[in-house]
Design a protein around this ligand. Sequence first.
Ligand SMILES: *Cc1c(COP(=O)(O)O)cnc(C)c1O
Length: 395
Amino acid sequence: MRQAGRHFLQIPGPSAVPDRILRAIDMPVVDHRGPGFAELGHRVLSGMQTIFKTTQPVIIYPASGTGAWEAALVNTMCAGDKLLMVETGHFAFLWQKLAIKLGLEPQLIETDWRRGADPALIEQALKADKEHRIKAVCVVHNETSTGATSKIGTVRAAIDSAKHPALLMVDTISGLASADFRFDEWGVDVAVSGSQKGLMLPPGLSFNAVSEKALVANKQATLPNSYWQWQDMIEANQRGYFPYTPATNLLFGLAEAIDMLHEEGLENVFARHIRHAAATRAAVSAWGLEVQCLEETECSPVLTAVRVPDGCDADHLRSTILAHCNMSLGNGLSKVQGKVFRIGHLGDHSDVMLLGTLAGIEMGLHIAAVPHAIGGTQAALDHLKSTPRAQSKAA
Ligand SMILES: *Cc1c(COP(=O)(O)O)cnc(C)c1O
C-alpha cells in the first residue's frame, strides 16, 4: 500500500540526499577527458581539502568507503606488516578483517563497544613495541555501530609521547562533514571517508587524504595495488583529471555538497550535529532507555545508538516503526544485533526532522509495547527550545 509523505531515512548513512544535490547530479554525463572537465576536477579536489582541513592531496575514488579502507593500506604497507587497531565496534572490526585478508598482521586493542579508543592503551602498546614493528595505528573517528567517537588529537599525542614512527590512519567515513575533523592539525597520516554520510551524497565515492609521511611510506610499500594507486591519481589530479573514469555525476553532487557546507559554515554544521545529538539523548533518557555510548564526552554527534530493555527485540521495534511511520532506523550490527537501534541525525538534518523522527520512535515504542516512559519527544523539544540555533555567520 502506498505510504503518504516522504520516507524518513534516519539510518546513520546513507543519509537523506537534499534536493539541491539531487538536482546537481541530474545532468547529462560529460566527457571526463574533455577540455571542460578539469574545472570540476580542480573544484572538488581543492574543495575536499577544505573539508578535511588539509593542504595535502585528497584522492577521490569511485568506490564505497570499504575501497578507501583498502587503498589506505595497500598504498603504505608491505606483506606481514603489523598494525595496531582499536576495536571500537563493528566497523573497526571489519577494517581489521580486511587488513588480515591483505596479509597484514593487526594487533587488537579490544573494547566493550561502548566507548572510543583509549589513548593510554595505544601509548602502552607502542612503548612495548621496541623494534617499531607496528607500521600504523588505525582508529575509527566515529564508530557508526555504537555511536561513540574517538578523540583523534589525543591519539596523535599518544603516538608522539611513545616516540613511535607508526602512521596514524583514521576512518572518518561517517565523521567527516558532521563531526569536526582536522587532518593537518591532528597529524593524521591517512584519512578514509565516504560520500553517503555527512557529505549528503548517494553512496559511490570515497576518499583518502594523505600526509607527506604517508607519501614517503607509499614509495616503500610493496603490497600489490593498481586501481588504488595514489601516485597515478595524484599525477592526473594535478591537471584536474583522473586516471580512469570518475563517477562524473556524483562529482557534480560533491561540488554542490561542498558549497552547501561552506554556505552554512563548517563550524555551524558541527554545532548543529552536536545539538541534535544532545536533544536525542534527552529524549532517550526521558524514555528511560539507555544510550550505547557510556562516555558523555565521546557520544557521537552523528548518530545515537539506543539499547532496548532486556527481553525486547530492537529489530521488531524497527520493523514496527517502518510499517507504521514509514521511517527507517539503523539496526544493531553483529554483537549488538537486536539489542540496539540507531538513530541517524546527520547530514541535511533540521530540528523538525529530528522531532518527527523522535515522535515516530515514541509512537513505535508504544505500538511495539517496549517498556518506556512517555515524554521523550517533549524532552528533545525542550532541549531544542532552550538551546536556540547558533546565529553565527558562515565562514
Ligand atoms: C559506513 C561506514 C563504513 C563502510 O563504508 P561503505 O561505504 O559501506 O563501504 C566504514 N566505516 C564506517 C565508520 C562507516 O560508517
